[in-house]
Design a protein around this ligand. Sequence first.
Ligand code: FAD
Length: 336
Amino acid sequence: MIKTDIIIIGAGPVGLFTVFEAGLLKLKCHLIDALPIPGGQCAEIYPKKPIYDIPGYPSIQAAELIDKLMLQIKPFSPGFTLGETAETLEKSSEGQFIVKTTQGTSHMAPVVAIAGGLGVFTPRKPPIDNLSEFEDQHIHYIIKEPSFFTNKNIVISGGGDSALDWALFFAENFASSVKLIHRSDNFRAHNDSVQKALDYSKKGKIEIILNAEVNNIDKKSGLLVMGVKSKNNTTKVIKCDHWLPLFGLSPKIGPIGSWGLEIEKNAIKVNNATDYSTNVNGIYAIGDVNTYPGKLKLILCGFHEAAIMVQSAFKRIHPNKNNVLKYTTVTGIKGF
Ligand SMILES: Cc1cc2nc3c(=O)[nH]c(=O)nc-3n(C[C@H](O)[C@H](O)[C@H](O)COP(=O)(O)OP(=O)(O)OC[C@H]3O[C@@H](n4cnc5c(N)ncnc54)[C@H](O)[C@@H]3O)c2cc1C
């Protein structure tokens, strides 16, 4: 059981900044995220795009903002449970919240801050009926531990950044062989990655199969056997250890939707006049996941909500302590 002061669900920019604001009040945080890396939408959807509405930065790349937030919260040593979805929430006999993940990891705290953004990013799956028979063992939509693929024959499907980045990565590291299958001859990925993949293809490091799709799968002698159909209706059979269909992730509010919280238009209703609390005492919702009159889904609004929310969490955790706001320039931060 992981025990902390605030369980933060979602390690996007807002969840990360909450650690900083809580840390100033000496409150410990533990973050849970379904993605294998911190950063939320900034890391998953647009890491290389610039953001323009962060005060003090005329423009900053999304991935760089996440790096800076990680640096900013380092002195407060937050805990992370990554690659696991927060699935159930219940109350202990002492009135603490217990949040369990899909993998069974348990977390306990007096306060829960939901910073779940647009929700859990759920993989877009190929339209093949018997996928679930081979998922986890041979089919993977998210790569959590690249070394798992050491000396394996890998097939990657997709034409976006994720497919190209992982194809290049595995061609350079771990894998025994890499095939890249794309249903068109036009990649959506960054030009540099496409060029590098084409160069690797000439050198025999990646086999690229264009205008084709996997349309059936089976298993034989411990290998995944895939029927790959091309646009000109020819079919070829490919065998591999692992298939990574990387067609992107689409967000869904997910399990949080059944925790008894008031939901409006796929977002959690909060009290914006006070502290961004939900209808359940001790549970707050901040960032893109919440809704209230005039809500703006911008990172800086989520940062503001986090600062207000932790003040309320402090009072809940330490009802007998008086917290007087002190400027951080006066108190300083150990480690900076
Ligand atoms: C293309 C694009 C450009 C943008 N440009 C800007 C911009 O210029 N300026 C700006 O201010 N904003 C911009 N935004 C919006 C900005 O990205 C969001 O406002 C911001 O990411 C919200 O942060 P968040 O931390 O609330 O949520 P998110 O970034 O969505 O992170 C939420 C995290 O919660 C996790 N999660 C959800 N449910 C669970 C669960 N049950 N268990 C475990 N984990 C869970 C998700 O996996 C995710 O990682 C842009 C968005 C997009 C898509």
